[in-house]
Write a protein that binds this ligand. Structure first.
Ligand code: H79
Length: 462
C-alpha cells in the first residue's frame, strides 16, 4: 500500500499505550562527551557524531582459504584461520603468491557504501596475520611486493573515497602480528612465553613505521582502528597517540589501542542494552565472520540491520558494519543486497539517523529481569523491540518495528508539541495530535507505511 493511501486510513481509536516513566525530554542533538569536552575535541568528533553508520572491510590473505585448510573446515572467524589451524608462518606466507584479486574495483566498493547510506569506511591495512594490504616500505610482506596483483588497493580506495565524499580510515593490528617473532599472538612458531618477546622491537621496527606510512601516503585518514591490545601498556599506547597526532591531528583513534582513544569501542557485535554517554561505536558482522568464509551464509536480513542501526543510534552510538570480500576482490552479493536495502530505508528516514542523538526515554529499550540471572549471576536484560526513539533539536523520531495500531501514546514529553508526521509521507501531512501535561497521543494510519521501520516525527517547541 502506498504511504498516501494508508494515510487515508486514519482512525481515532486509542489502543496502544506506551507506559513510560516520566522522564524529561532533553532535546538532544549530537552527544557531547561530557561537560569537560574542549571545543577542539568537539570539532574533531563532529563528523563521527554526524555519520552514525560506517562500512568495515576485513580483507586479506585469509580470503583465499576462506575458512578451509587442507580439506578441513576450520571453526571460528575467517581471519583467525592462521591461529586456529596453527599454520606455520612459512606455509601461510605462500598464500601471498596466489593472491590476485583481479575483480577488485575501488569505485564499486565505495559506491556500495554510498548506496548503503554509510559515511565512512574502515579497512584492514594489516590484520593479526601481519600481511600489509598496501605498498609498505617497512616490510616486503605486503600486497604490492609479495603478490602477483602488485596494486595498492588502499591507494585506490582512498582516491575513490575522496571522489565520492566518504571518509576513509584504517584498521591496523598494532599488537598481534603472527608473522613477526616479537609481535603478539603467534605462540606456535615463536616464543610461547610472550613476556620473553622483545615487543618494543616489533613496535619500533614494524607497527610504528607502518602506521607512519598509512598516515603519510593516503591523504586524510578519518580514523585509525587499533584492536586487541595484548602486551600494550599506557606508554606504548602513548607512542601511537603521539605519532597519530603529530601526523594527522584530526585522525580519530578508536577505543582498543591500549591507551585512551577518542571514543569507546564496544565489544565485537555487542550492542549495549541501554543509553551510553559519550562517543562510541559497535563493530559488527553482517554474517558471523569478519574475513570471508565460504560456508558462512548466515546473512543478517535488512530488517535486522535497520533495527540494529536504529537501536544503536537510539542509545547514542555508531554502527560500523562489516563485509568480507572474496580473494577475487568481490563483496558477497548478499552483503551488497542487504546493505543497499538499508540505504533505501535511509534515503527516506535518514534525518532520524544522521547527527541524531539518543532517546530521552528508556523504558522502550527493555528492562533488567527481577528473576532471571546470567551465568555470572547478573540480572538478564529483557530487550523490547516495539519501537525506538532518536532525537534532533526540536524533534523526536519514533521508529516503529511493530506497528502500534491506530494510535500511539507517549508520556513524559517536555515542551510544546507541534506537528507530527511520518517521514515516509513526502507531503509531511500533519497527523492528529493531542497532548496534555507531557502525554502525547498521535493518531496513526491503520497500518505501517514503510518497510523495516516506519518513522514518526514529532516536533517539539521548548
Ligand atoms: O578484526 C575482528 C576480529 O578478528 C578481531 N576483532 C574484530 C573487529 C578479534 N580479535 N580477537 N577477537 C576478535 C576475539 C577473539 C576470540 C578468540 Fe577465538 C577466541 C580467539 C581465540 C578464541 C574466535 C574463536 C576466534 C578464534 C577462535
Amino acid at each position: 500500500m502506498s504511504p498516501q493511501r494508508s494515510l487515508c486510513l486514519v482512525a481515532a481509536v486509542s489502543v496502544f499505550i506506551a507506559f513510560l516513566a516520566v522522564a524529561p525530554v532533553a532535546i538532544a542533538g549530537q552527544a557531547p562527551s561530557g561537560p569537560s569536552e574542549t571545543p577542539r575535541q568537539a570539532a574533531k568528533m563532529k563528523w563521527f557524531r554526524e555519520a552514525r553508520f560506517g562500512l568495515f572491510i576485513h580483507w586479506g590473505l585469509y580470503a583465499i582459504p576462506a575458512g578451509e585448510w587442507k580439506g578441513a573446515l576450520i571453526p571460528g572467524i575467517g581471519e583467525w584461520i592462521m591461529n586456529r589451524a596453527k599454520i606455520p608462518v612459512k606455509e601461510y606466507e605462500q598464500l601471498a603468491s596466489r593472491f590476485n584479486p583481479v575483480k577488485f574495483n575501488a569505485e564499486e566498493w565505495v559506491q556500495l557504501a554510498v548506496d548503503a547510506g554509510m559515511k565512512y569506511i574502515v579497512i584492514t591495512s594489516k590484520h593479526h596475520d601481519g600481511f600489509a594490504m598496501y605498498g609498505s616500505k617497512v616490510s616486503p610482506y605486503n600486497i604490492v611486493d609479495a603478490t602477483p596483483f602488485k596494486r595498492d588497493p588502499l591507494k585506490e580506495l582512498a582516491a575513490a573515497c575522496a571522489r565520492k565524499n566518504i571518509r576513509f580510515g584504517f584498521y591496523y593490528s598494532q599488537a598481534q602480528d603472527w608473522h613477526e617473532p616479537n609481535g603478539a599472538g603467534n605462540t606456535w612458531d615463536f616464543l610461547a612465553d610472550e613476556t620473553k618477546k622483545d615487543f618494543d622491537k616489533y613496535l619500533r621496527e614494524k607497527a610504528e613505521p607502518q602506521v607512519r606510512e598509512l598516515l603519510t601516503n593516503y591523504g586524510p585518514v578519518c580514523l585509525i582502528w587499533f584492536d586487541t591490545p595484548r602486551l600494550m601498556t599506557p606508554e606504548r599506547g602513548q607512542r601511537f597517540i603521539d605519532l597519530v597526532s603529530s601526523l594527522q591531528p584530526n585522525c580519530l583513534i578508536d577505543g582498543r589501542l591500549g591507551a585512551a582513544g577518542d571514543y569507546r569501542s564496544m565489544g565485537d557485535n555487542r550492542i549495549p542494552p541501554t543509553v551510553e554517554a559519550g562517543d562510541w561505536e559497535v563493530p559488527a558482522t553482517i554474517n558471523r565472520t569478519w574475513g570471508f568464509k565460504k560456508d558462512d551464509t548466515d546473512w543478517k536480513p535488512p530488517s535486522d540491520l535497520v533495527f540494529k542501526l536504529v537501536d544503536i543510534v537510539s542509545k547514542g552510538g555508531n554502527y560500523l558494519l562489516n563485509v568480507g570480500p572474496t580473494a577475487e576482490g568481490l563483496i558477497p552479493q548478499a552483503s551488497q543486497d542487504n546493505l543497499r536495502a538499508v540505504g533505501r530505508w535511509l534515503r527516506v528516514n535518514g534525518e532520524a539517523i544522521y547527527g541524531a542523538g539518543p532517546t530521552p526515554f528508556g523504558p522502550e529499550l527493555g528492562a533488567y529481569s527481577d528473576t532471571e540471572k546470567d551465568k555470572n549471576g547478573k540480572p538478564v536484560f529483557k530487550a523490547k523491540e516495539e519501537w525506538r526513539c532518536t532525537t534532533r533539536p526540536g524533534r523526536l523520531y519514533i521508529h516503529f518495528f511493530k506497528w502500534p495500531g491506530e494510535s500511539f501514546e507517549l508520556r513524559g514529553v517536555q515542551g510544546r508539541v507541534g506537528k507530527a508526521y511520518l517521514l515516509a509521507d513526502s507531503s509531511r501531512k500533519g497527523l492528529p495530535v493531542k497532548s496534555s501535561e507531557g502525554a502525547v497521543s498521535v493518531t496513526l494510519p491503520a497500518s505501517a507505511t514503510g518497510e523495516y521501520a516506519s518513522v514518526l516525527c514529532i516536533e517539539i517547541q521548548k
